[in-house]
Design a protein around this ligand. Structure first.
Ligand SMILES: [Zn+2]
Length: 320
């Protein structure tokens, strides 16, 4: 599986063909291959705060489930805060990692980050209706990347955010999720220009109504950006490769994040994927609220194992 995934990075364009787990009950040379499902546990690092309780919750999860890798989608904004000791922050972040993890990028357009990247800051549109025009301190967390920024500015912001992570000793990211799932054509182009090959910004807005009103900005905006997305949606090529760029493959966040789903809902989403013979589940949680919501996932894991076993489906965990 590991080698298969290394191959995935190199051949992102051909992912669906090269890396799709075999969904088969067919016999090859006498071997019966069972059906498979691969689950990605993604972590959205919002760039808001680093608190011991959340870091400890992640560390404890890693000890309980050392075989489960994580896709750590990092926002470099922590490293720009005046009150934060950069070295301590980096050590805290890395203390939650395991060697099998993958490091990706998660951008919320914090004013500190946007200005550091020499992009003109935009205070609207906010997906939550928040006033994001601050004179002091930081703001911009809820500003929609897709609706507020031009493709040129997004291209610059992504490159600069990526470089900031690399300069601080993190891996060069090629995996991405937009803050508030605010990805559309402009951001998709900016991602491909910057060499990103894996995006998970697409989501079925109905998965978010557990916490947001149907008339709220985030529901309206994600519905408009991600028409037709469902909890059964599977990876597809969002941008095809061209002479200069690799393809960008979309891995929809088809099981949302654990702030929006309790254990029962995570298990039900998993069950539906298995019943419908789907092979990829992308779920996750936020670092900033790991202490509160990571237990939803912890409790779901043994139940997911049971369901997979009963259905004779092989359950794989992957981070890229
Ligand atoms: Zn986020």
């Amino acid at each position: 599986m590991i080698f298969q995934h290394i191959k995935c990075i190199a051949l992102a364009a051909a992912w669906i063909l090269a890396c799709r787990p075999t969904l088969a009950t067919s016999a090859e040379n006498g071997d019966i291959k069972s059906a498979q499902i691969t689950v990605f546990v993604t972590v959205d690092w919002e760039g808001a705060w680093l608190e011991n309780d959340n870091i400890a919750a992640m560390q404890s999860f890693r000890k309980k489930f050392p075989h489960i890798p994580m896709l750590q989608l990092l926002n470099p904004a922590y490293l720009l805060k005046q009150e934060v000791n950069k070295d301590v922050a980096i050590a805290q972040i890395k203390s939650t990692f395991l060697p099998e993890d993958t490091q990706g990028l998660h951008v919320h357009a914090w004013k500190s980050l946007v200005q550091y990247c020499q992009v003109p800051y935009q205070s609207s549109y906010s997906y939550s209706g928040e006033n994001e025009a601050c004179e002091t301190g930081d703001c911009g967390y809820t500003v929609s990347l897709e609706y507020a920024y031009s493709e040129a500015d997004l291209t610059k912001l992504l490159a600069c955010s990526r470089d900031l992570l690399v300069q601080q000793g993190f891996a060069k990211p090629v995996h991405f999720r937009a803050g508030g799932w605010q990805m559309g054509p402009r951001l998709a182009n900016a991602l491909q220009t910057n060499g990103f090959v894996w995006d998970s910004s697409r989501i079925d807005a109905n998965l978010l109504t557990t916490r947001w009103h149907a008339e709220s900005g985030i529901i309206k905006m994600t519905s408009a950006l991600h028409q037709g997305s469902t909890p059964l949606e599977q990876p597809f090529e969002l941008k095809t490769a061209d002479a200069q760029h690799a393809a960008l493959i979309e891995f929809p966040n088809n099981a949302a994040l654990a702030d929006y789903t309790n254990t029962k809902q995570i298990v039900e989403l998993f069950k539906q994927l298995i019943l419908n013979k789907k092979e990829i589940m992308v779920l996750g949680f936020h670092q900033e609220t790991a202490d509160m919501y990571l237990p939803h996932l912890e409790k779901a894991i043994p139940l997911m194992n049971e369901i997979a076993q009963e259905a004779n489906v092989q359950l794989n965990w992957a981070s890229h």
